[in-house]
Design a protein around this ligand. Structure first.
Ligand code: TYD
Length: 224
């Protein structure tokens, strides 16, 4: 048959949920299977979008401005990186995507979800113009806000989001839960309060179930 089809996988969760090591592990496991992997993140992933990231993480602005910048960064990222990588047949592993906008700007900031849906439609219309680009799978690292806060404590100088109080992250978590309820087949929810090895096994299982990894793929990277 023809070359492998591209796969678009996104990773979500509140700050402190511990996505990074697992994303790296997945990239290693998929490459070991012969897949080309594009590892990227939002906001960011292109020179323009990385500049927008700097602004949105550190400059004061109103929620509409924040939402517009998130989607502006996403538009550039989709056009420059994600769509070309998927067209080549890569697996795109993207640390956060539009669910984060619904969770943080929608849930956390209380911004109008109908406006976010409109922006999602404008920005994610695919090159064929007939459908929206959505992830093939979204891994949601779910854990109680108190546990996440403990993990983040003292780690570094917090950005505008990390500096928010627990109640903000409760609303963000509810925002993720709502997005999952709207499209459950797209999501794999992983209980991230478990020990890291158990979290990794759950992440890998989501890929195994879809036939993207085999039973013995993905030895665990030794964490810090
Ligand atoms: P994060 O992905 O946690 O990166 P790091 O691990 O380097 O801190 O940081 C990105 C922050 O941006 C995070 O707090 C969530 C926020 N964010 C939004 O508010 N909306 C969005 O649409 C995206 C993609 C991220």
């Amino acid at each position: 048959m023809q070359a492998a089809a591209g796969l678009f996988i996104t990773f979500e969760g509140i700050d402190g949920a511990g996505k990074s090591t697992h994303i790296e592990n997945l990239a290693d496991a998929l490459r070991a299977r012969g897949r080309q992997v594009t590892l990227t993140r939002e906001p960011g992933g292109t020179p323009l979008a990385e500049q927008l990231r700097e602004l949105v993480l550190h400059q004061a602005m109103d929620p509409l401005c924040e939402a517009l910048l998130m989607f502006a960064a996403r538009r550039d990222h989709l056009r420059q990186v994600i769509e070309p990588a998927l067209a080549r047949g890569d697996v795109v592993l993207c640390d956060r995507f539009t669910d984060a906008t619904f969770a943080y700007q929608g849930g956390g900031r209380g911004f109008d979800l109908a406006v976010l849906r409109q922006l999602e439609r404008w920005v994610q219309t695919r090159p064929d113009a007939n459908s929206l680009r959505q992830p093939d799978l979204t891994v949601w690292f779910d854990l109680p806000t108190a546990v996440a806060a403990q993990r983040l404590a003292g780690a570094r100088v917090p950005d505008r989001f990390e500096a928010e109080p627990a109640a903000f992250f409760e609303r963000v978590a509810q925002g993720y839960a709502q997005r999952m309820a709207e499209d459950p087949a797209r999501f794999a929810r992983v209980d991230s309060s478990q020990p890291r090895e158990a979290v990794w096994l759950a992440v890998r299982a989501a890929f195994e179930q879809r036939g993207w990894l085999g039973r013995n793929d993905g030895a665990q990277r030794v964490g810090p």
